[in-house]
Ligand binder design. Structure first.
Ligand code: DX5
Ligand code: ZN
Length: 220
């Protein structure tokens, strides 16, 4: 049976209390923490670097999944690995040799993920999966939380499930709420990433509980 995980994105968390936020996420039942790194070049927004990861690493035992929305991930994967990331996700569209970066992540003994933007055909990414442990399908144009889910992502998930390397975890990121999350689960995802749906809900505990319920009761 497929186990579906919920990974809250701390892009929508209180940046002034990140340690408290990840502790709460763990207490309320999150499976992993999704950390969005943006460089102001690959996407038109800036967030945090390895030092933030290092400073919250001790606050939780949950795995850290670091989503690198940066132009040259190849130059930074080691620093993000050393800071305490368990998974490093790099973009297919960034300026690097995707296979070489994924291989380098594997050599650091970290899980390697490849992310695909809405305009990138899934077939392109599937051709670079040799060293990947995870595939992250974007449901929005990366850069900001709170955007509307693009349904074209569902077909990508289906195709990746059918034609992709077996054993690769498929995640969906951007625009996920209980409604779009269910569609993504039915399309075949293993992991839901959600930012605003959890942090802006007014009741984080209930929101995570609802997502967990969705993950466990969806028809698999
Ligand atoms: C978007 C980020 C997402 C973002 C999702 O660039 O990669 O992880 O936090 O936010 P929501 O869930 O609000 O769409
Ligand atoms: Zn993300």
């Amino acid at each position: 049976m497929r186990r579906i995980e919920i990974a809250p994105s701390i892009l929508s968390a209180d940046f002034g209390d990140m340690r408290g936020e990840v502790k709460r996420l763990e207490r309320y039942g999150a499976d992993r923490i999704h950390i969005d790194v943006m460089d102001g070049h690959f996407v038109p927004n800036l967030t945090f670097g390895p030092d933030l990861i290092r400073s919250i690493r001790g606050a939780t035992d949950l795995p850290f999944e670091t989503h690198l929305m940066i132009e040259r991930p190849d130059l930074y994967v080691k620093r993000f690995a050393d800071a305490g990331s368990d998974t490093l996700i790099v973009h297919y569209e960034a300026k690097h040799s995707v296979s070489r970066t994924l291989k380098a992540i594997g050599k650091l003994n970290k899980e390697a993920g490849i992310a695909v933007n809405p305009e990138t055909p899934i077939s392109s990414a599937l051709g670079s999966m040799e060293y990947a442990d995870m595939l992250l399908v974007m449901g929005v144009h990366p850069g900001f939380g709170g955007q509307k889910f693009m349904p074209s992502a569902l077909d990508k998930i289906r195709r990746a499930k059918e034609r992709g390397k077996s054993g690769v975890r498929i995640g969906i990121d951007g625009g996920i709420n209980l409604n779009t999350g269910l569609k993504a689960i039915n399309a075949g995802v293993d992991e839901l990433i959600a930012g605003s749906a959890i942090f802006d809900s007014g009741d984080m505990r209930k929101s995570i509980k609802d997502f967990k319920k969705l993950c466990s009761t969806a028809k698999l």
